[in-house]
Design a protein around this ligand. Structure first.
Ligand code: DHB
Length: 498
């Protein structure tokens, strides 16, 4: 028994020592002989063999050893010319530990397509370390992005020994991870991050990337509340809120037109995209999305607000034959099973009642509260994850917009304002200083209400206006989610890396 107790105490001591032991290094390390062979079985049964290099610390001043490293997976056949797919698992602005390839998502798919896969860890809004008796929050903004940038710099630092081409890095993430992906793409080499990265002991290298894949990026946080109320403020669910909440909705919504106009965006035809035509622009994007799904066989009910051409489907010539017009008052050439009680829908969507459509979106998932993002203490609301993201290393929640701060009697320090800026890709695109990725793949589900459509639309449009190659959609019927339609994603990647 005594022996057992002594052994147990010994083990506890050893565990504590391990927990306290922080890897220290004067220089970044990569050992080409440290690879371990492994394999991944894909959903279709294909087995992908790869070599894993794990626990690669990407900074020398490691503050949080749980998160500040990355794993690299090199599939058989990869060379120095192989593009690198960098998948961040950041979600909810939370910390994210470097893991293994997943057969079900884009990480496994990237490996199976032969790309070198990189999974970096990063600190997040809840990651902490103990310093003596103090609990220190290690991952408040912009720390996650700094970690990801450090990982990119590490890849460049060891580019000659790590298989893969550091000039062909494609970042991928979803939601807050989509925001991180957009930030890696938009803020390349910007000097504003330089001293922060230097202090961490990141490699003194470039950190721009070749392409960014952003699924439902929860970004432009300082304008997300106004966009949300501007878009959703007139939905039935908002109308049933208390007087005080409705007043907040109206105040926030009223700020959005000036913001939109300040961006000076242009549509593809070169004409101005502004507050006066923005709703129609959204409508056209959603119609395009629904039409694409309809062409692929999806049933698009008119109850969602769509109007259809009345006849096209039955008048179209079949197999070179001559289309027949429907005799007035009759069901024309419709097959019997389509003559039932409901409305007949033609082949083309011609219009959308956006109010009706937005009510449909909200019927699939209730809206966030008011305000949706910078909620802390505003009219008694609780803190959001974003309020924590901008808090300090003591774990505080803070307001991060001037509007919410004014409501709660707080002020935004200069440091906080800078952190908000450093976490918003919109400030960097076209600034003439940042090396913005040339290729972008941006998706925000057509019924994703985690942030308003304009957030993704503005990001995509600003990038297009800056001359970038942007593949952007609000994919039909998608809620808040990522790494879907991987056939489509990976054929896009195959094109851009050619
Ligand atoms: C995520 C979702 C949100 O609604 C949000 O506000 C922030 C992050 C996410 O899923 O990562």
């Amino acid at each position: 028994m005594k022996k057992l107790i002594i052994a147990a105490i010994g083990m506890m001591l050893a565990t504590n020592l391990n927990a306290a032991k922080k890897p220290t290094a004067n220089a970044l390390q990569f050992d080409p002989n440290s690879g371990v062979k492994a394999s991944l079985t894909m959903p279709d049964g294909k087995v992908v063999n790869y070599t894993a290099y794990t626990k690669l610390y990407f900074v020398t001043n490691i503050e949080d050893p749980t998160y500040q490293y990355m794993n690299i997976f090199v599939p058989e056949g990869a060379t120095q010319q192989t593009p690198i797919f960098l998948r961040t698992y950041v979600g909810g602005y939370l910390p994210s530990q470097a893991g293994d390839p997943q057969a079900q998502d884009a990480s496994g798919r990237a490996l199976s397509e032969g790309y070198v896969l990189v999974i970096p860890g990063s600190r997040g809004r809840t990651s902490t370390v103990q310093k003596g008796k103090k609990t220190i929050y290690t991952g408040r903004a912009p720390k996650a992005l700094l970690d990801l940038k450090a990982a990119i710099r590490y890849l460049r630092h060891f580019d000659s020994v790590i298989p893969g081409d550091a000039e062909k890095i494609i970042t991928d993430g979803t939601s807050a991870g989509g925001a991180m992906s957009s930030l890696m793409g938009a803020t390349g080499n910007n000097p504003a991050y330089k001293s922060l990265l230097k202090a961490m002991g990141a490699a003194d290298e470039r950190d721009d990337v070749f392409a960014s894949v952003c699924y439902c990026p929860i970004t432009d946080l300082d304008h997300a509340d106004m966009a949300y109320e501007w878009l959703y403020g007139n939905t039935d669910s908002r109308k049933s809120l208390s007087e005080s909440k409705r007043a907040l909705t109206a105040e926030l919504a009223a700020q959005f037109p000036a913001y939109i106009n300040s961006l000076g965006l242009k549509k593809a035809d070169g004409t101005s995209l502004n507050a006066d035509n923005y709703l129609d622009y959204i409508k056209q994007i959603i119609i395009r999305s629904a039409q694409e799904a309809k062409d692929a066989g999806a049933d698009i009910p008119d109850s969602l607000g769509f109007t259809f051409s009345s006849e096209a489907a039955i008048q179209a010539p079949i197999n070179g034959g001559v289309g027949s017009a429907r005799p007035a008052g009759m069901t024309g050439g419709m097959p019997p099973m389509m003559r039932g009680g409901g409305k007949k829908v033609g082949e083309y969507i011609t219009d959308l009642d956006l109010d009706k459509y937005l009510n449909y979106v909200v019927s699939t998932q209730p809206l966030k509260g008011v305000p949706a993002f910078d909620s802390y203490k505003v009219d008694g609301a609780a803190a959001s994850g974003e309020n924590g993201e901008f808090g300090n290393d003591q774990g505080s929640d803070v307001n991060f917009t001037a509007w919410a701060a004014a409501k709660t009697g707080s002020t935004l320090s200069e440091e906080l304002k800078e952190n908000v800026r450093l976490l918003n890709p919109m400030y960097f695109i076209g600034d003439g200083v940042s090396s913005v990725a040339p290729h972008w793949y941006i998706r925000h589900g057509a019924r994703d209400r985690d942030t308003a459509f304009p957030i993704a639309i503005n990001l995509a449009t600003k990038l297009e206006n800056a001359g970038k190659d942007v593949n952007f959609k609000l994919p039909w019927n998608r809620p808040h989610s990522g790494d879907y339609a991987l056939n489509e994603l990976f054929s896009w990647i195959a094109e851009i890396v050619k």
